[in-house]
Design a binder for this molecule. Sequence first.
Ligand code: GDP
Ligand code: IMO
Ligand code: MG
Length: 419
Amino acid sequence: MSTKVVIGAQWGDEGKAKIIDILSEKADVVVRTQGGNNAGHTVAVNDEFYKFQLIPSGILYKDKKCIIANGVVIDPEGILNEIDGLVEKGIDVSTLKISNRAHLVMPYHKALDQAKESLKAKEGKEIGTTMKGIGPCYMDKAERSGIRVCDLYHEDVFEAKVRENVVVKNAMLKHVYHQEVQFDAEEIIKAYKTYAERLKDFVEDTTVTVYEAIKEGKDVLFEGAQGTLLDLDIGTYPYVTSSHPITGGACVGAGIGPTMIDECIGVMKGYITRVGKGPFPTELFDATGDRIREEGHEFGTVTGRPRRCGWFDAVIGEFAVRTSGLTQIALNKIDVLKDLEVIKICVGYKLNGEVIKYFPASLEDLEKCEPVYEEMEGWGEISHIRTYEELPESVKKYIHRIEELVGCKITMVGVGPNR
Ligand code: GDP
Ligand code: IMO
Ligand code: MG
């Protein structure tokens, strides 16, 4: 038996879903523990692409139990669309289970996300969120005014909570954000009752399901969303998401203890990307950056926005290893770096005349950091290669130098999107 947490070790979109899909073959249960439909996870099977936002990527295998646990925020309309899309493709979703403790994304969360972002954009201070209402939903959770999946099945409680929230949210939209949009509580109640009916058979106490699977010696995989630097506590705050994508978040988000986790796998790309705003020390603004974006198809799955691209940053790599206790790394997309004469790795930052090796907390410091680069020899086409031994020496050197710098072994290397 083994339990593995798979997380993003950079700014998201590291190819977590591909790794989860590969590991799912041997798993019994796949669990999403945080985030919501801000995530965009792509799995390619024989060049056919499947996109997931809330549903665990393990769903492509027939017999795997897929769980959306308590730490996830669920947009019921979004998940029903996702379920319908998968059913249309002939995929069996009967193994899907949804936590009764998960919080619900409500229509006013999405409106508040947009209202706040557009207000902030006037000063150029927007976060660049996915506009899925994720931040406002987690805000209500922390403020203790959120509405959970279990509330859907207690009509009086649900109706009272919606009515109470709508009064407050309408006032915020009107008086704080000067928006015209106003919500009708009764309309929301009606729509959510329909969703509740359709979701009913999927809902259960998933803390029990996950615990029992682990006790029975099953293989359990925890699928992270977003990435380390988007973590609410240790990421580039405030340019982060509102949940905990680091491995620690998986325990809270699934309702299990840390002693139940065997392996912590961090997924990285051979370079770095970021969507949305916020500092990014190794960002490339030149032809090499454009080339990585084109070659790596670095455009957002959820919003279609071009992803910002830059060189691999070992300061970030070490930070991820340290803050998530990583035991293994999967290094994806090194095929994308083909035909570059020189490949750079950032090994430290120059800050106020000193070289530092840690990732600074203050964004003001981070913005001043100049990357210190080490140059490595490039390589050609490697997407056909299937064993470590066949890789060119220059790729092997790159892999080993990254292992040395970040302090963790690389056990998987990605050379293409397909399984
Ligand atoms: P996730 O959010 O971490 O699951 O990653 P995304 O699915 O948003 O983005 C990763 C993209 O890279 C997807 O389009 C994958 O199909 C693709 N991909 C994953 N691994 C590799 C790889 O090793 N090489 C190449 N060329 N593409 C990859
Ligand atoms: P996956 O799971 C990359 C980013 C947004 C924005 C910030 C806050 O596919 O790796 P939010 O809507 O969460 O309030 O936005 O976080 N972001 C992601 N970036 N990959 C993701 O998910 C992301 N989910 C959120 O672009 O900068
Ligand atoms: Mg993604």
